[in-house]
Design a binder for this molecule. Structure first.
Ligand code: NAI
Ligand code: MG
Length: 498
């Protein structure tokens, strides 16, 4: 069954074509110099496409085109309802091309095809529809300034926006930026990660087909230090929305300071604690969500529950159950619909994760499960669910983002210790609390220095709820109406009444 379906997916792949040119203005174009880079699939190393290696020249061109589109109001000048209709058509086109887009995503970055379809594409469509639907229901404000004046507070698009996207959820994260940025009426330039340019490049053509005017959505593939840097340093870009590493997030802030003080929003990952108290209602449910919360998407998830903090009285039983759940996760070729853990995105990322596994052993944590790559396809790297027990709060595997299928288990004796351990990192993206006591849940939930806290669940949410970080997990929020703040200016219009 599984083998037959793998063959069926491979047959669909054989019918695909790949577009690697940049999407500038009205369509696909090569770079000025003709320079490209070879994009290989992490599944088995096969060459997928030659992709445009954009640099300053292409970024300059994209920004000038985006500026022109913004200034002549071909998009921002439409009524919110007209933009809504076009964005809904865009969502419909994404939906009707979902099979192809999901395949591109899997081939590009190695995630299981079943997840690409049921998570990434489904959530992208939902995200685009949600923002489209919101547009003609948002009101501006009037300030309470008395009878002598009218104090109007209006939200306006910010102008030209650059979005720098990572490789772990290329389409879904593009959606989190496109929904609010395009919804507000901005011109948007997407810089996909060099590991995963193909799906966003395809998306741009669908946007044009849906009726988003020329120059409003452009895609400049290329390397971070070239295309990404040029975009973030550009003096005619009004805002940069970045998702990726903290190291590059800090550079983006510097680029803004060195250029035009552009608005910067950042989502830079985490080391999120999943705290299980002794009075947890359903240990099986907690174990199930703890396992999926860290091993989903090969652990390449910014909000991964990479630290399991267990009360000492339930730790052993909990870890046994997490192991049992992880044992059912099939590591395999991501094109196989039965696969649950696919290929690591790149040799670089695999090496980083394997290095952390070595560090964990050296630090004296005990490896309970996994720890070594398994052979699935030659030319790809496949790391199975890996669990370290006996982890101490100051170990590097308790402090640093690994971004792979590696769980660090720590234990605590009481609530105060749980809170101290949970907050003891430079990150603050997510946290979860498992308890039957509503008082514990809220006390600990409020004590978490993190942008999201899940109670008796891990990493759930909705497009209507904001997502982002405290501390070095970032600045600003994706999702929900709060995301509009990143792509708009607030203007006070003061009318004196004579
Ligand atoms: P990265 O931060 O280097 O890459 C993310 C994006 O930034 C890519 O589009 C890249 O081309 C771009 N970029 C890189 N250098 C840039 C520069 N100087 N100027 C402008 N743009 C630049 O992340 P990388 O190297 O792929 O992964 C390293 C680690 O970062 C991972 O192991 C993980 O810990 C973290 N990460 C976090 C993500 C999140 O969802 N918050 C996503 C991806 C990585
Ligand atoms: Mg990097």
């Amino acid at each position: 069954m599984s083998l037959a379906t793998l063959e069926a997916t491979k047959a669909r792949v054989a019918g695909l074509s790949f577009e690697g040119r940049a999407f500038l203005g009205a369509g696909y174009q090569p770079t000025r110099s003709g320079e490209t880079f070879t994009k290989c699939s992490p599944i088995d190393g096969r060459v997928l496409a030659e992709v445009a290696r954009c640099g300053e020249a292409e970024v300059d061109k994209a920004v000038a085109t985006a500026r022109q589109a913004f200034e002549d109001r071909r998009w921002s000048g439409l009524t919110p309802r007209a933009r809504k209709q076009i964005l809904l058509r865009f969502a419909d086109l994404i939906e009707s091309n979902a099979e192809e887009l999901a395949l591109l995503e899997t081939l590009d970055m190695g995630k299981p095809i079943a997840d690409a379809e049921s998570v990434d594409l489904r959530l992208l469509v939902l995200c685009m529809r949600w923002y489209a639907e919101a547009l003609d229901k948002i009101y501006d404000e009037l300030a309470p300034v008395g009878d002598g004046a009218i104090g109007m507070i209006v939200r306006e698009p910010i102008g030209v926006v650059g979005a720098i996207i990572p490789w772990n959820f290329p389409l879904m994260l593009a959606g989190w930026k496109m929904g609010p940025a395009l919804g507000m009426g901005n011109s948007l330039i997407l810089k996909p990660a060099e590991q995963s340019p193909l799906s966003t490049l395809r998306l741009a053509a669908l946007a044009l087909e849906a009726g988003i005017p020329e120059g409003v959505l452009q895609v400049v593939p290329g390397f971070g230090e070239e295309a990404g840097r040029a975009l973030a340093l550009h003096s005619d870009v009004d805002a940069i929305s970045f998702t990726g590493s903290g190291e590059v997030g800090k550079l983006i802030l510097q680029y803004a300071g060195q250029s035009n003080m552009k608005h910067v929003s950042l989502e830079c990952g985490g080391k999120s604690p999943n705290i299980v108290f002794a009075d947890v209602k359903d240990l099986d449910e907690a174990a199930e969500q703890a396992a999926w919360g860290v091993f989903f998407n090969q652990g390449e998830v910014c909000s991964a529950g990479s630290r399991l903090l267990a009360h000492e009285s339930v730790r052993e039983e909990l870890v046994e159950r997490v192991e049992a759940v992880a044992g059912t996760m099939r590591v395999g070729n991501p094109l196989d619909p039965e696969t649950r853990v696919g290929a690591m995105v790149s040799d670089e990322q695999s090496a980083r994760v394997l290095d952390y596994i070595k560090i964990g052993k050296q630090e004296g944590a005990s490896l309970r499960m996994g720890g070594a790559p398994v052979e699935v396809e030659r030319g790809g790297c496949y790391i199975p669910p890996t669990i370290f027990d006996g982890v101490k709060g100051d170990m590097r595997i308790a402090q640093e983002e690994i971004f792979g299928p590696v769980l660090s288990v720590l234990s605590f004796q009481d609530e105060a210790e749980a809170i101290q351990l949970a907050n003891n990192t430079t990150y603050g993206l997510g946290a979860a609390v498992w308890t039957r006591d509503i008082n514990t849940a809220f006390r600990v939930g409020k004590a978490m220095r993190s942008g999201s806290v899940w109670i008796n669940a891990y990493d759930t949410g909705d497009i209507s709820t904001p997502f982002g970080g405290y501390k070095q997990s970032g600045i600003g929020r994706d999702k929900s109406l709060h995301a509009l703040d990143k792509y708009s200016q607030v203007k006070t219009l003061w009318v004196a009444l004579g």
